[in-house]
Ligand binder design. Structure first.
Ligand SMILES: [Zn+2]
Length: 93
């Protein structure tokens, strides 16, 4: 049985995709981080997540959280973390 279960927040992701100007709080960011990083690891496009990207650009706390999550999830999935960082526009740590 898979230990990784995501409760996708369809409304929030839809809102993000349809409104690039939406401003994310850190809470929103944390809620979406799993989905965001997971999508990047699966090689899916994350271009729709403009609000995530701009939040991570400006918020160091969330960026560090994202970097940690990328490293853990990439190792978990046997994916090269550098390609994930690149896809997300994040710098590896
Ligand atoms: Zn934040």
């Amino acid at each position: 049985m898979s230990a990784r279960q995501h409760s996708l927040d369809g409304n929030l992701t839809h809102r993000l995709a349809s409104d690039p100007g939406v401003w994310l709080s850190c809470d929103d960011c944390f809620r979406l981080l799993d989905i965001y990083v997971d999508a990047a690891i699966r090689g899916e496009t994350v271009e729709d997540f403009t609000a995530m990207a701009s939040h991570l650009e400006t918020c160091q706390a969330c960026r560090e959280e994202a970097q940690t999550l990328v490293q853990l999830s990439a190792a978990d999935s046997g994916v090269d973390e550098r390609s994930v960082f690149e896809r997300l526009g994040l710098r590896s740590v």
